[in-house]
Design a protein around this ligand. Structure first.
Ligand code: WQD
Length: 339
């Protein structure tokens, strides 16, 4: 069974390729290497003992996409990760995000319309909820005005898929709305590879502890939360990867109840920034150097998932907790330092 994984050398994509190969799928990766490297491909092979087909290709080039699908008419499913994902950068460069996140999705869907079988898994984000009014957040929470072009591309992406599925019964789709994926494979051979100064909390903590960064800046401790810092649902990337395999199998076995379904992927537990720091210090037995600074614009106060639908309908539940994920991130950081 051949499965296409776009952005398959990225953080979540690479962990998903490992889980797909563990389940016996033949994987084809498309990646333009703009935010990843071929070392990740070597890591996937080292972990799973199998070599996926890899095509370096830019999905923004419609002709390249058409040529690719002509050569791979036997694809049974697509997991679409390829997108730019830095919230702050999207504010600075909106057109780059609309081109890279929307055009590519349209070109892939246009090719799926030509195939006989098409099962499509979309990489979405809790960002589509912006600041939800009620915690935990269910899939029925209202989709509010996006707070960044990145978040808007995920909202628009879901609408494009839903409209396509409405008129093309052959295309069945599941959109997975991740909360905050963190951590790394237990082998410490693959993990998150932030380019430049990390924008996200966990990689910044790891680089601070590794001495690469001077100290962590905590963006505000005057929010209306238990300790004044923002709350998020940090979910292990391997749990997120396994959910993609389960979602694909749901479509392959025609278990979906509509041809566009949405699931939140979270642990259901919210953790504040200070609680994450305390968890890091506990699992690594070392102090973290940090200071409180002003709030970061665009941050929501709190976001954590209601996992009922994923647990009961998708049949998936996160197996790792925050400390497991943090420890795996630290082991990955130490393996990077050892290079
Ligand atoms: C988490 C918390 C920060 C860095 C983003 C995207 C989301 C998804 C995950 C793609 C916040 C605080 C952070 C730092 C800090 N990406 N923080 N100091 O913003 O919840 O989500 O990444 O899908 O779409 O929006 O994650 O890790 O950046 O921030 O205090 O140096 O950590 O203020 O409260 P975020 P994050």
């Amino acid at each position: 069974m051949k499965v296409l994984v776009t952005g398959g050398l990225g953080f979540i994509g690479s962990h998903t390729v490992v889980e797909l190969q563990n389940e016996g799928y033949q994987v084809v990766i498309i990646d333009n290497l703009s935010n990843s490297s071929l070392d990740v491909l070597k890591g996937i092979v080292a972990i799973s003992g199998k070599t996926p087909i890899f095509e370096k290709l830019d999905l923004k080039d419609k002709v390249q996409v058409q040529t690719f699908f002509k050569q791979h008419q036997d694809i049974q499913g697509v997991i679409h990760f390829a997108a730019s994902k830095a919230v702050g950068e999207s504010v600075e460069k909106p057109l780059l995000y609309y081109e890279n996140n929307i055009n590519t999705l349209v070109y892939v869907l246009q090719e799926l319309e030509k195939l006989n079988v098409s099962n499509f898994i979309f990489s979405s984000s809790c960002t589509v909820y912006a600041q939800a009014d009620v915690m935990p957040i269910t899939e029925g929470a209202p989709i509010k005005m996006a707070e960044s072009p990145y978040g808007n591309t995920k909202q628009i992406g879901e609408e494009i898929i839903q409209d396509t599925c409405k008129v093309n019964a052959k295309i069945k789709a599941i959109s997975l709305r991740y909360f905050n994926p963190i951590g790394a494979h237990e082998s410490a051979i693959i993990g998150e590879l932030p380019i430049g100064v990390p924008q996200n909390l966990i990689p910044y903590i790891m680089q601070t502890a590794a001495g690469i960064r001077e100290e962590l800046s905590v963006f505000g401790d005057d929010y209306p939360t238990i300790d004044g810092t923002c709350i998020r649902d940090y979910i292990h990337v391997v749990d997120v990867a396994k959910a993609h395999v389960i979602a694909l199998q749901r479509l392959l076995k025609n278990k979906n109840t509509s041809n566009f379904e949405v699931f939140n992927l979270g642990t259901g537990t919210g953790s504040s920034v200070l609680e994450v720091i305390q968890a890091f210090e506990k699992v690594t037995n070392q102090k973290l150097n940090y200071k409180i600074v002003n709030r970061r614009s665009g941050d929501v106060v709190s976001a954590y998932a209601d996992t009922t639908k994923a647990n009961e309908v998708l049949g998936w539940k996160a197996q790792y907790n925050l400390e497991d994920a943090i420890l795996s991130s630290w082991q990955w950081q130490k393996s990077l330092n050892a290079v």
